[in-house]
Write a protein that binds this ligand. Structure first.
Ligand code: FES
Length: 84
């Protein structure tokens, strides 16, 4: 359905937008997406899809402050996501 974010992690209720938002902060491991939201992975079925999303933002540099990292995020720059 158009306009509805697809769930990536059914165990923890993380949809595509949430995963992309966390990926924009420069996380490097799929488990870090869960940590960003204060959860831990359960079954791990989401790992490959989360890794794919992280790899799409692999150029985000971890050492910069959060604003600088978010400004590097293609999804935010292109208006697909809005930064917090
Ligand atoms: S689907 Fe993500 S931990 Fe199960």
């Amino acid at each position: 359905m158009f306009g509805v974010a697809m769930f990536i992690c059914n165990c923890r209720g993380l949809n595509e937008q949430k995963v992309k938002e966390a990926a924009c902060t420069g996380v490097k491991k799929w488990q870090d997406i869960h940590s960003y939201y204060g959860t831990e992975p359960s079954c791990g079925k989401c790992s490959e899809e989360i890794r794919q999303i992280i790899s799409e933002q692999k150029d985000v540099q971890v050492g910069k402050n959060l604003f600088a990292r978010l400004s590097q995020c293609d999804w935010i720059r292109n208006g697909i996501l809005k930064s917090k």
